[in-house]
Design a protein around this ligand. Structure first.
Ligand code: DC
Length: 231
């Protein structure tokens, strides 16, 4: 029998590798459910961005950066403000992407960000459905999440999506280079010692290789609604 949930706020964990469409799907699902989105990748990216700017080199340096940052939703709840600023595309460059993956290996950084993710997730979920998007949400940050999805796609499809995204922003990069960078990042994210990227045993796997965004979001929203009363 399907277990029915009725509380207003709840937690949805969305994990998966780079470029599987997680960000778009998470944003649209949060909108569809009139909830909040916590993009935890943006938190690791912010640590990399501010850390690099401050000349951070060691685990201790990056952990100090992580602890000093503040995170809050923008008034329209669509973006994460870091130290009160929407850093937008500054967080999306290949350099910051690679650095984010590197700093995410540091336990002291993970501990600092995991604590913040739990605090924000718990507080927002008192009022809203909260979608947390990342690599370790369903396995480490919220292993008791109400819903867990693992969003993935074929590596060539993922590289092509990132290529189109970067092209739009005017970044010149070859498709083969993105494929190489993604493979390196996936390898680094899934083999690291602390909270590596992996599919939680109880997650619903969503392979987006041959699915459009609308179809994916509908599938996930239907899944959530099927387990809830009158949403
Ligand atoms: O989802 P993203 O590409 O914006 O994430 C950037 C990096 O941050 C990713 O390579 C791994 C790391 N990350 C993590 O280790 N744990 C998370 N919950 C989210 C991201």
């Amino acid at each position: 029998m399907v277990k029915k949930h009725s509380k207003k706020g709840f937690i949805i964990a969305i994990d998966g590798p780079a470029g599987a469409g997680k960000s778009t799907v998470s944003r649209l699902l949060a909108e569809e459910l009139q909830g909040m989105l916590l993009d935890t990748g943006a938190m690791y990216r912010s640590v990399a961005y501010f850390g690099l700017r401050a000349g951070a080199k060691t685990e201790r340096d990056f952990a100090i950066t992580a602890r000093a940052l503040t995170f809050q939703p923008s008034p329209d709840r669509r973006h994460l403000l870091v130290n009160g600023i929407d850093l937008g595309l500054k967080l999306r460059s290949p350099k910051v992407s690679q650095a984010a993956s590197s700093v995410s290996r540091f336990k002291a950084v993970r501990d600092a960000l995991t604590r913040r993710q739990r605090t924000l997730g718990k507080s927002w979920s008192k009022k809203f459905p909260v979608v947390l998007e990342g690599r370790d949400i369903g396995t480490a940050v919220f292993p008791q999440a109400d819903y867990k999805f693992y969003v993935t796609a074929d590596s060539k499809v993922r590289a092509m999506r990132r290529f189109k995204q970067l092209k739009k922003t005017g970044t010149k990069i070859k498709l083969s280079e993105i494929l190489r960078q993604n493979q390196h990042r996936d390898e680094q994210d899934s083999t690291r010692k602390h909270a590596p990227l992996k599919c939680a045993a109880d997650a619903v796997v969503v392979d987006t290789s041959r699915m459009g965004i609308v179809q994916v979001v509908k599938f996930m929203a239907d899944h959530v609604r099927a387990h809830r009363e009158l949403v």
